[in-house]
Design a binder for this molecule. Sequence first.
Ligand code: ADE
Ligand code: ZN
Length: 334
Amino acid sequence: MKDFINGLPKVELHLHIEGSLEPELMFELAKRNQVQIPFQSPQEVHDAYQFHNLQSFLDIYYQGANVLIHEQDFFDLTWAYLLRCKEDNVVHTEIFFDPQTHTDRGIAFDTVVSGIHRALEEANKVLGISSKLIMCFLRHLDETAALATLEQAIPHKDKIIGVGLDSSEQGHPPEKFAKVFQKALNEGFLTVAHAGEEGPAQNIHDALSMLGITRIDHGIRCVEDEVLVAQLIEDRTPLTVCPLSNIKLKVFEKMEQHNIVDLLRKGMCVTINSDDPAYFGGYMNANFHAVANAHSMTKNEVAQFTLNGIEASFILDDEKARLVVLVDTYMMKG
Ligand code: ADE
Ligand code: ZN
């Protein structure tokens, strides 16, 4: 199964680019930009990555982003992630970025977008990896700040396909952002949102009805509402699940208790993703291995995660068909 997983073409739909900042690159950028960080070595950074919930992670994660200053830094960060994609046979990726984490520190929106976009373009040419870019609003900030961020994104519509919602779910429900999401939809952006990660199933319901989302990020707490589960299955509403993240942030105690395989077998469009791989101990292959080690699955079931990812992606139908052929060919050989 290990070799089968490693060689399987994969699609990633839930990756925060700031969450792919490895301690080694954090150190290199801190030195290059003369930014102070509260660690003596990359090992010390690794050792600090012990979290007891989402907030304890977010506090460290926002601090790490302080080393990102110049366009080249955002390029280097994104390029390092894309090289990891190549290693893990990720053929298409849809990545998040948090502009407010940077603009609130005085970094221009254009600097962030153009560094990330340049790396994505380069990866398409050099590595054969296709991609989309999604901008997230930080839900611990207010809707006025999100509206101002949306205004900044409008001139970059050619580079940004959609908007999302991340950061602290508890106490910041979807309705807080109903207006800005409506405006984003009117501007032609697709919408997604983190919901039902730490928050209740009601947040999934509300994100679907109030934010017009086409995908749910995490969504694993949907199981607390049977009617919602039936609806998600019927509509094939995708869930971008992040198994290692859920263990690191104590959403589930053990991978054996994770519900992703159960949801897959119920017919839900669940996908496997890495969320913040530099912080949670693994990229795509590691997430697939962790699930497969804890839950016995057939090769067809494992491949279904990729097929679901293709179905749930924001690429055109002919591109989806090309990726399905890639998976089918791999299955016939294997
Ligand atoms: N930002 C980065 N990772 C996140 C997660 N897992 N949940 C909410 N916000 C995030
Ligand atoms: Zn996330």
